[in-house]
Design a protein around this ligand. Structure first.
Ligand SMILES: [Zn+2]
Length: 167
């Protein structure tokens, strides 16, 4: 667990209390409750808040807004909680709300799907738009170059919106 992670803590006699991790050290977790009280508890009493992104992951997302680069280390850039949020959005191009997929922004000049970009470089797209985007690499009457530029701007907007909502 990292500092800032939102958690629930088992409190004897009163169920679970929401708290934030201050630090974790040698089998003990320091937590801060919403009223400001702090306590050091055993790790098995601390449960991550389900569905909430971990603090360092959100910080990682924030850095992507300023340095949107295609990273070639997929294992370090998986963010399933961000993809889940993306799938709940409207299609970025045609505003359809059902069957929305998280579409990874293709690498410059194409590239295999095995070399997918970071999960932060995704747009919500419906099945049809996703296909046009990843296979034909162009949407609507835009050229592939215009499509890339459009995607670049919109994925930054999405990430910013996500960060705003999560705060
Ligand atoms: Zn669409």
């Amino acid at each position: 667990m990292d500092a800032g992670d939102p958690v629930y803590v088992d409190v004897f006699g009163s169920g679970r209390r929401p708290a934030t991790v201050v630090y974790e050290r040698r089998g003990a977790v320091r937590v801060r409750y919403d009223d400001g009280d702090e306590q050091t508890v055993s790790p098995n009493k601390v449960h991550p808040k389900r569905g909430a992104p971990r603090a360092n992951a959100l910080a990682r997302a924030s850095t992507y807004v300023s340095e949107l680069v295609c990273v070639e280390k997929p294992e370090t850039d998986r963010a399933p909680w961000y993809l889940a949020w993306i799938r709940k959005q409207k299609c970025e191009w045609c505003s359809v709300t059902t069957g929305v997929q998280a579409s990874h922004h293709p690498r410059e000049g194409g590239g295999s799907t095995a070399m997918k970009c970071s999960d932060f470089r995704t747009l919500p797209l419906c099945f049809g738009c996703h296909h046009r985007f990843t296979v034909r690499q162009q949407i609507g009457s835009m050229t592939p170059e215009q499509t890339r530029q459009w995607a670049e701007e919109h994925l930054t907007d999405r990430l910013s919106a996500y960060i705003r909502e999560s705060r």
